[in-house]
Write a protein that binds this ligand. Structure first.
Ligand code: S3P
Length: 177
């Protein structure tokens, strides 16, 4: 295992909404025998409300503060030695404080899916406040790629499903002695 993971056994999946972070994260954690954490679920549990409700009643800035707090807690748990695969919400790895935190505590993997694939997946869902306006979503997609590119590794997912993506993550030079 690489030194970064030995010190803090955390793999963070980052990327745009709908790129497959949660389904890949769950399958990857299963394969590794690690815990799987969906950071959005942590936030919802802590706030006692769905993400869309937090956005609508408290605004995005307050959501981002909750997100950073939830991330810090997860990093602490990983630093204590509990191995975790953590899927970050699409905006989490765009904020400097969060980016530095995760880059310094574990390994980050960007699931880079093409916009048309994301659009198709997201069109069937309604729970994402920032996906309500397709034009804004494309703008965000373009704006965020520079931040996502700071991840340690990038997997171009195309239309691949979770199992194929997990195989590619497991083939990264992370687990060799
Ligand atoms: C967001 C992505 C969502 C969620 C929130 C904001 C974003 O997570 O954190 O709706 O800013 O892109 P997913 O990427 O898991 O959909």
């Amino acid at each position: 295992m690489v030194l970064k993971l030995k010190i803090t056994p955390a793999i963070y999946l980052v990327g745009f909404m709908g790129c497959g972070k949660s389904s890949v994260g769950r399958a990857l954690a299963e394969e590794l025998g690690w815990s799987f954490i969906d950071l959005d679920e942590d936030i919802e549990t802590c706030a006692g409300a769905p993400i869309a409700h937090i956005f609508d009643t408290e605004g995005e800035a307050n959501f981002r503060a909750l997100e950073t707090e939830a991330l810090k807690k997860r990093v602490q748990i990983a630093r204590s030695g509990q191995p975790q695969v953590i899927s970050l919400g699409g905006g989490a790895f765009t904020m400097e404080q969060n980016i530095e935190l995760v880059l310094n505590h574990g390994v980050t993997v960007w699931l880079d899916a093409p916009f048309d694939v994301i659009e198709r997946r997201i069109a069937q869902e309604t729970h994402r406040p920032l996906a309500r306006d397709p034009v804004r979503m494309k703008t965000l997609f373009d704006q965020r790629s520079g931040a996502y590119a700071r991840a340690d590794y990038r997997i171009e997912t195309g239309e691949d499903g979770p199992a194929a993506i997990v195989s590619r993550i497991l083939a990264l030079p992370l687990f060799t002695p």
